[in-house]
Design a protein around this ligand. Structure first.
Ligand code: FMN
Length: 194
């Protein structure tokens, strides 16, 4: 009799521990994913040589959002130096080049906006994209790839163009990132208050 009671008590303790573990695990899942998973997400990016595209695809696969490539009507040259010359002229003259395509952002809650650092700010086609669309009431999440200069004030520059948007802390990475980039993106997204 005593042995049976002892066995029942042990079983009860184990069952309670298992239930508590499952509840705890589920709430952790909800806390980590709930911020973004119940939102309609768009990942919009411009990329000249593929680095920003690679980061955009990682963000898209983690958020389950739609993806949109911002493409200027007139393509930039394939030559790096020629592209830097044109981009510098555009920056100096505050040119916002017309786009080949656009997307209606009205159906999205959160719009990740990706750009390479070009002459200490975002690439001009991204400026066009932010200026031409209505971001009032939206959450804009910048991400930047760069060649060593960092993210500059690109998040603030985006905030100035995306009028009425809440702009969150950017993800900034050198080139296309490295072995830890996917994990870094997960950590960054988990830390954002959508
Ligand atoms: C026109 C142009 C301007 C650039 N200006 C900068 C810059 O100011 N600071 C920097 O760190 N990298 C600069 N870079 C390097 C790019 O930001 C970097 O290579 C980026 O990861 C490229 O992204 P993408 O492959 O998506 O085009 C520049 C590159 C180009 C083509």
């Amino acid at each position: 009799m005593y042995k049976t009671l002892k066995l029942i008590a042990i079983l009860l303790v184990f069952t309670a521990a298992a239930v508590m573990f499952i509840i705890k695990d589920n709430s952790a899942f909800t806390a980590a994913q709930g911020g973004i998973m119940d939102k309609k997400v768009l990942v919009a990016y411009f990329s000249w040589s593929g680095n920003t595209k690679s980061v955009a695809e990682k963000i898209q696969s983690q958020t389950g959002g739609d993806i949109f490539e911002i493409i200027p009507q007139k393509p930039y040259p394939t030559d790096y130096h020629d592209t830097t010359v044109i981009a510098k002229q555009e920056k100096e003259n505050n040119v916002k080049p017309p786009l080949k395509n656009n997307i209606d952002v009205s159906g999205y809650d959160v719009i990740f906006v990706g750009t390479p650092a070009w002459w200490y700010t975002m690439a001009p086609p991204v400026m066009t994209f932010l200026e031409e669309n209505n971001f009032a009431g939206k959450t804009v999440v910048p991400f930047v790839t760069h060649g060593g200069g960092g993210g500059y004030t690109i998040d603030k520059d985006m905030a100035a163009l995306a009028k009425g948007a809440k702009v969150l802390s950017p993800f900034v990475v050198y080139g296309s990132g490295g072995a830890t980039t996917s994990a870094d993106i997960t950590k960054w997204i988990d830390g954002l208050n959508f």
